[in-house]
Design a protein around this ligand. Sequence first.
Ligand code: AMP
Length: 217
Amino acid sequence: MPNIILLGPPGAGKGTQAKRLVDERQMVQLSTGDMLREAKTSGSEMGRKVAAVMERGELVTDEIVIGLIREKLGGAAGGGFIFDGFPRTLAQADALGQLMADTGQKLNAVIEMRVDDAALVARITGRYTCGGCGAVYHDQTKPTAVAGVCDSCGSDKMVRRADDTEEALRTRLMEYYKKTSPLIGYYYAKGALSSVDGLAEMDVVAGSIATVLNSGD
Ligand code: AMP
């Protein structure tokens, strides 16, 4: 199974596409954002430390997120990893390369999901997620069939992220352009980059990602 990175600004659809790949190809989603939110909910010391940083939309330290990924890669064999929201800095990208080499694994593709900023604001500010199964919804473009009840699992626990506000989003976008977007050039230079149109219909985006995955080894 291939190991891939989904790269793109907040709201590009990385999480949505990662969840499809988990369902359809039994790949393993490694979302540092989800891991950090879990740490926050569990009330661990690390969770408390990162909560305010996340709420503002800033990046947490490389050391913390590299540690989270190291734990996951160490324990799991087989691969088929989807790195979602990691790496976000050049230091994280270097560390991931090293971790993959150390565990005898290979990165097969880096898929850039291209979107424009105006679309991101609209996507993010209406977004909510099922607390039961993680299905992603949107006030305007993809509401649940019955208000407040998940179409997939029937849970009535809908959650909105604390950092899905316009102000935090501005910071998240700035962090993305300053620190994460250089990774596009980094992986291009390594010959690993593919780009897909993240603004297309969800099924079309999934199709473009499938094409990249099927063309690899
Ligand atoms: P996400 O769910 O990927 O949008 O991540 C939510 C927040 O978690 C980000 O705005 C950061 O504060 C933090 N975060 C997630 N992944 C990383 C990462 N790889 N490096 C630094 N901070 C991260």
